[in-house]
Design a protein around this ligand. Structure first.
Ligand code: ASP
Ligand code: MG
Length: 382
């Protein structure tokens, strides 16, 4: 069984969604034995939708009602356009069109309650941002059905159980596995293609959470691990993981095969193609991960496995990232001691600040830290 995850740019508009459906069908029908013919699809919101949803929520909290109403209206038009372009059977078109309208009506109710409270909490933000995936998932499942396969939209709020760290929730592995085995495995046995929302999840008591921005890759890995998939494929808009950012280095080449550890490092420091948390659930079960290009589906992409083949071509890579801050902590006199560095790191870890790198100066008078720009203020206060 293969889990195929499609990101927002792969599902940006009607023509892109149509080609996503074609790619799913090609792979689903190509498999020669019934087990590898099982297909699970995980889908992100259409490109830009999550950002719009957040803008609407902020506008609601600030009492700018016309802004969130416009956002809701624009999202309705955008999704209904896809429904009207791609769904020609009147029944499916009516059903899914109605569903999209209901979902966006519900979104507006959320916006109104945020406006009433005058405050956007992390919990409220997760509730609102989850709508993007709910919408794209209903539409893609219908597009697949229109092409003659049995596909069913499934919300990951019924599958992935997390803690309540809204905005970056962490999955509870066992409970999630049980849900996947109980709810998704039977659909696969009946030959259905489950189309599951990326990014979203829920707590044990059913409160909607999200896995963090770009988290649909992580969803695909969690789902693949819980279902013991043969492989997880992340369909993005580049030919795999490259030796450098192709926007900066046009000659960048695709890395054909990487180990989990190498891919983790590349994902963590820059390579935007993969959410850094994606690898962990797969390592535990030894499930191979492929990064492929939905705009160039013939390209083999990058294969990420436990131990890459001895004959793979080794290429040096450059990682680059932006939005980091360097912070120096020190003492003006000779009172600096290594314990102070330990205390500083301890405090930052308790405050939830991600310290990406640290070093002590040769003179042993200061500690240099690299943190994300958005954490800088928080870090200095701590
Ligand atoms: N739609 C979510 C986001 O924009 C998740 C994802 O795209 O993976 O962050
Ligand atoms: Mg992504």
């Amino acid at each position: 069984m293969i889990v195929h995850k499609f990101g927002g740019t792969s599902a940006g508009d009607a023509p892109r969604l149509a080609s996503v459906a074609d790619m799913v069908l090609t792979h689903h029908n190509q498999a020669d034995d019934p087990i590898s013919a099982q297909t699970v699809v995980v889908v992100s919101a259409m490109s830009g939708v999550t950002n719009r949803l957040i803008s609407g929520a902020r506008a609601a909290a600030e009492g700018r009602d016309s802004v969130y109403r416009e956002i809701k209206a624009a999202l309705l038009t955008r999704h209904l356009d896809v429904v009207e372009t791609l769904l020609t059977r009147s029944r499916e078109r009516l059903d899914v069109g109605g569903l999209v309208e209901d979902q966006l009506h519900e979104l507006e109710r959320f916006y109104r309650s945020i406006a009433m409270l005058g405050e956007l909490t992390p919990r409220g933000s997760d509730a609102v941002t989850s709508f993007g995936e709910q919408l794209s998932c209903s539409v893609l499942a219908a597009v697949l059905r229109e092409r003659g396969v049995r596909a069913q939209a499934v919300s990951a709020t019924d599958l992935i159980v997390t803690d309540d760290s809204f905005g970056a929730a962490m999955p509870r592995v066992e409970a999630t596995r049980q849900h996947l085995q109980e709810q998704i495995a039977p659909l696969l046995d009946r030959g259905l293609i489950p189309v599951i929302t990326g990014f979203v999840a829920a707590t044990e008591t059913g409160v909607t959470t999200t896995l963090g921005r770009g988290g649909s890759d992580f969803s695909a890995a969690i789902i693949g691990a819980g279902l013991d998939a043969d492989e997880v494929w992340i369909w993005s808009d580049v030919d795999g993981i490259l030796t450098a950012d192709p926007n900066l280095v046009p000659q960048a080449r695709t890395l054909t095969e990487l180990s989990y550890a190498e891919a983790s490092d590349l994902a963590y420091f820059g390579a935007d193609v993969l959410h850094p948390k994606t690898i962990r659930p797969l390592i535990e079960r030894g499930i191979p991960l492929r990064i492929v290009n939905s705009f160039n589906p013939g390209h083999p992409g990058t294969l990420i496995v436990e131990s890459p083949g001895a004959d793979r071509v080794l290429l040096p890579s450059i990682i680059s990232t932006t939005g980091l801050s360097l912070i120096a902590i020190g003492s003006v006199d000779d009172s600096w001691a290594l314990q102070m560095a330990a205390r500083a790191l301890q405090k930052l870890s308790e405050a939830g600040v991600d310290v990406l790198m640290f070093s002590q100066s040769f003179s042993e008078h200061s500690l240099n830290l690299i943190v994300r720009e958005q954490d800088q203020g928080h870090c200095l206060k701590t």
